[in-house]
Write a protein that binds this ligand. Structure first.
Ligand SMILES: Nc1ncnc2c1ncn2[C@@H]1O[C@H](COP(=O)(O)OP(=O)(O)OP(=O)(O)O)[C@@H](O)[C@H]1O
Length: 268
């Protein structure tokens, strides 16, 4: 039986900032259509890893391949939602124009641009803010606009760095479900970073736990929950609690290895 080749292949990746080693010996594959989440404590190197994965940062050693080709700039099939929403939108364009920009740049027909932009803005609850400029929006709304831009693009690979950190709990749940729905609809691969263990288990097919710097993947947990997720029913499953505890325990052990007593952030 032939196995489907990975869409992303990361091999012995390391990244130094001067004499400080942020990432060390990171190796993993992501399968096409997979929801792969990287979870770990603050400062563990998750953003550094995502930046290397997307070609925004050059690794010190090791390689990243997308569909068998070395990544040395953001591949056009990727959409990236960064943690810092204040830098992700162009302030002089309306929200609508910001969302439409990548589609226009890639030659999508005008009518389709309008349709995909309107749908993405409605999906993230920003239909009424389409004509506003980013400076007129709250932080959470700006982040939703950045998410709308990524999903309107319908990328092969959606890369998200703590994308829901600045939105309220209900919006966060809605956006989590939106990403899951779009993954089903378009067959996207999603690479996601979070420090929220519940979120990682709820969304993912696999969760990679990273240790503190120098960051390594200490374990990869298979999330063998039914593929159809539901904010209430899935989180009530005994298996959800087991997986959540497994991921928590792994992070807690690694934080303790480095810091001594458990970080309060990860007390269950
Ligand atoms: N440009 C830089 N120059 C020097 N050190 C850096 C730089 N960027 C990140 N670091 C250091 O590398 C380590 C990993 O940082 P990174 O932002 O990747 O972690 P993170 O897991 O994404 O953190 P958080 O969850 O808090 O966003 C940290 O110790 C950080 O101080």
């Amino acid at each position: 039986m032939t196995q489907t080749p990975p869409i992303l292949h990361v091999d012995r990746l390391a990244k130094d900032y001067g004499s400080f080693r942020a990432l060390d010996d990171i190796t993993f594959d992501v399968a096409p259509g997979e929801f792969f989440t990287i979870v770990g404590p603050s400062g563990a190197g998750k953003t550094t890893l995502l930046r290397c994965l997307t070609g925004l940062l050059e690794p010190t050693s090791g390689t990243v391949e997308y569909q068998g080709q070395a990544v040395d700039g953001v591949p056009r099939e990727f959409a990236v939602v960064l943690q810092d929403y204040s830098r992700s939108l162009l302030p002089w364009f309306s929200v609508e124009k910001n969302v439409a920009l990548p589609l226009r740049a890639h030659g999508v027909a005008k009518a389709e641009v309008a349709e995909r932009t309107a749908r993405a803005l409605a999906d993230v609850g920003l239909r009424d803010a389409a004509r506003k400029h980013p400076g007129e929006l709250s932080g959470g709304m700006q982040q939703r606009a950045a998410i709308a831009r990524a999903i309107a693009y319908q990328p092969e690979v959606l890369v998200m760095d703590e994308p829901f950190a600045s939105v309220d709990a209900q919006t966060r749940a809605d956006l989590e479900d939106l990403v899951l729905t779009l993954r089903e609809e378009f067959g996207m691969t999603v690479v996601f970073v979070t420090h929220d263990v519940d979120e990682s288990v709820y969304l993912s097919d696999r969760v990679a736990v990273v240790s503190k710097s120098p960051s390594r993947i200490t374990t990869v947990v298979d999330i063998d929950l039914p593929r159809q997720r539901d904010q209430i029913a899935t989180k009530e499953l005994p298996r959800f609690s087991q997986l959540r505890s497994e991921v928590f325990a792994e992070i807690r052990n690694r934080v303790r290895d480095v810091d001594g007593p458990t970080s309060p952030e990860y007390v269950i």
